[in-house]
Design a protein around this ligand. Sequence first.
Ligand SMILES: [Fe+2]
Length: 358
Amino acid sequence: MSPQSRTETKTKVEQATESVGRLDLRGGDEGPRYPQYLPSVEHATFPDWEEVNYVDPGTRGTADKRHLFLPGSKHKNITPRIGEEIRGVQLSQLTKEGLDDLALLAAERGVVIFRDQDFKDIGVKRQLETARHFGRLHIHPPYPKGIPEMHVVYKDPAAAGRFSAIKPSDLQSVSSVVWHSDHTAEQQPPGYTFFVALEVPETGGDTLFVSATEAYKQLSDNYKKSLEGLKIVHDNTGMIEYAKSKGLPARFNPQKRSHPLIRTHPATGEKILWAIGAGEGNGMPRYIEGFKREESDATLRLLNDVLQRSGDIQMRASYEPGTVVVWDNRAVGHTPVHDHKGERRHFVRISAMAETPF
Ligand SMILES: [Fe+2]
């Protein structure tokens, strides 16, 4: 067989597996269970998005979530102020009205955890179709080969180089916790976000979430007034540099954009303290427009103290096989926790872009 025809007959799975790099599989490990979702390292670039009108599907949701909380299902608050867990409903079976109810629930509760889902096995086409109900899909490498609208989160102790598991000694900080919301420098940053567990450690590798809606409510009326009208300049150059340093492609052109520090959710009408992870010393070069450097640093440090130290508005999402977490990237901040030992951790994230923040 000529090298040319051999290349042509490669399966997508083989191509994707190759692009992860060398996988020295350990004894007893049969390799990734979802090889078709392994990260590729295509160095494709994509044009910047044009601004479009966004209608939040949550505005069509019902107050009692009757199309989501179906007969026989169970749901409960994870904590009083953030998070909802649902069992007995398949995300893959929801009607359009059910997806609208899910949007409103995610907007209200910040995070919705679905357990025992078949979603990971319904195929790329249906997975993307479901997420498209919530908006245009964001692109952020690495993604599975040929599927740019799916971001892959992959750590494997058997992988060489860029996808190998993170050890505490690899960290530049004392902890792996880095609070943020995703892609805030976009004109229309992601809102509803699907995080689909493909392969999970037995314990660990959780995600922490904080409610930015509840954080706003914690502030005094006088302090809230002092924040009105302020804008934060968001900048993605740090992310581009990080991708380059890891040999990963970056879709982005450098972007620098100011968005309101206090934004309003179009589905709930709630105000949101949208300063998650912003500020000096956390690798996110952001500042408050029109403030002097010390003023901006001090304000953002204080606001991030509110977000990061308020255990009463935070939750922890742990993963089981079949878990899908849907969060509203506008209403919550999040951070991964790299504490798991030696097991593969494989997720895909599908993020729907929302409105231009107002
Ligand atoms: Fe993130």
